[in-house]
Design a protein around this ligand. Structure first.
Ligand code: NAP
Length: 295
């Protein structure tokens, strides 16, 4: 049985939150609570929710008291708040912290320099420091882009309504991608064996695929050739950085494409921990079904 009993998830609604919450709740060993901002417009449901004023250290410490682990699935604008959460977790005596990474490989020297990852790099460095001082343990999950979510919302370059695809760097660059459910499962499994997984960066994927391979399935199941636009991730990076220099952050998320498909950015994970975490790799037939299911 896991030494972890009480788990609190921060930011449990949203895109990723429910998948992690469901996986945590599915383990009867865990007593799961969600922490939400006092002024949240969309607090999670189906779980005991506590709220706190994140600008108050005392409020956060009292919300985290008695918890064994904090799982953060806060969205982009909340990433910096995690430093306060880590400090509060340490004071509250929490032993494990899973930060809101859940994406590209920021251990990769090229990826970690992309502006979009600045917040995550700062949080990771802070956790590494606190863990080396023996104050808290971390577990980090890197899963690449969410596969089902990315296909559905167009993040992976496919516009199903208009049957248009944007292919990056030729569209044949293999990349690692993971479903929301498997990402959630990895969190719950890692917390079920904290002694095995503590202070490690874990890599998972549901598939290694390419945009062209996915496009093939989209064309097969829509029965038509799609309109293709080709882009280079180096150009995307240049354009985005030019906007950032003008104070325009509206397309900063596009830098993730550089980390996915740019050469040397580690978009395809070479060593994954799927087996240890019980994460399934999808067959080509299952990948095709996933694509078909988004139409
Ligand atoms: N790999 C991928 O393809 C991919 C895609 C999307 C996201 N992600 C990553 O997954 C993680 C979660 O992202 P998401 O899109 O699921 O998040 P999200 O839906 O934008 O937000 C999740 C929750 O975070 C809390 N939150 C939002 N803004 C906050 C703030 N300023 N301060 C504190 N808390 C705040 C909110 O909870 P309350 O209202 O309850 O406080 C919200 O429901 C992030 O690390 C993100 O980068 C990865």
């Amino acid at each position: 049985m896991s030494p972890i009993k009480n788990v609190i998830q921060v930011g449990a609604a949203g895109n990723l939150g429910p998948a992690v919450l469901n996986a945590l709740k599915a383990n009867p060993d865990f007593n799961v609570t969600a922490l939400s901002r006092k002024d949240s417009k969309n607090p999670p449901s189906g779980v005991n929710v506590v709220t706190a004023d994140y600008s108050s250290h005392e409020d956060l410490v009292s919300a985290l008291k008695g918890q064994d682990a904090v799982v953060s699935t806060v969205g982009a604008t909340g990433l910096n708040d995690q430093i306060k959460l880590i400090d509060a977790a340490i004071e509250a005596g929490v032993k494990y912290f899973i930060p809101s990474e859940f994406g590209g490989d920021i251990s990769n020297e090229k990826t970690r320099t992309l502006a979009v990852f600045r917040g995550k790099v700062a949080v990771r460095e802070y956790l590494e420091k606190k863990s080396s001082e023996g104050k808290i343990n971390y577990i980090i999950i890197n899963n690449g882009p969410f596969f089902d979510w990315g296909l559905k919302v167009g993040f992976l370059g496919f516009n199903t309504a208009e049957k248009k695809a944007t292919l990056y760097d030729g569209g044949s660059v293999p990349f690692s991608t993971t479903t929301l459910a498997s990402t959630g499962k990895s969190v719950a499994v890692a917390l079920s064996k904290p002694d095995v997984f503590k202070n490690r960066v874990l890599y998972i994927h549901s598939a290694v695929t390419t945009q062209r391979s996915l496009l093939g399935y989209f064309e097969k199941h829509t029965g038509v050739k799609w309109t293709i636009e080709e882009k280079s991730t180096a150009d995307v990076e240049k354009e985005t950085n030019a906007k950032l220099a003008q104070g325009d952050f509206s397309t900063i998320w596009k830098l993730i494409y550089r980390s996915l498909w740019g050469e040397g950015y580690g978009g395809k994970f070479e060593n994954v921990n799927n087996e240890e975490l019980g994460i399934k790799v999808l067959s080509e037939e299952e990948i095709e079904e996933l694509v078909k299911g988004t139409l």
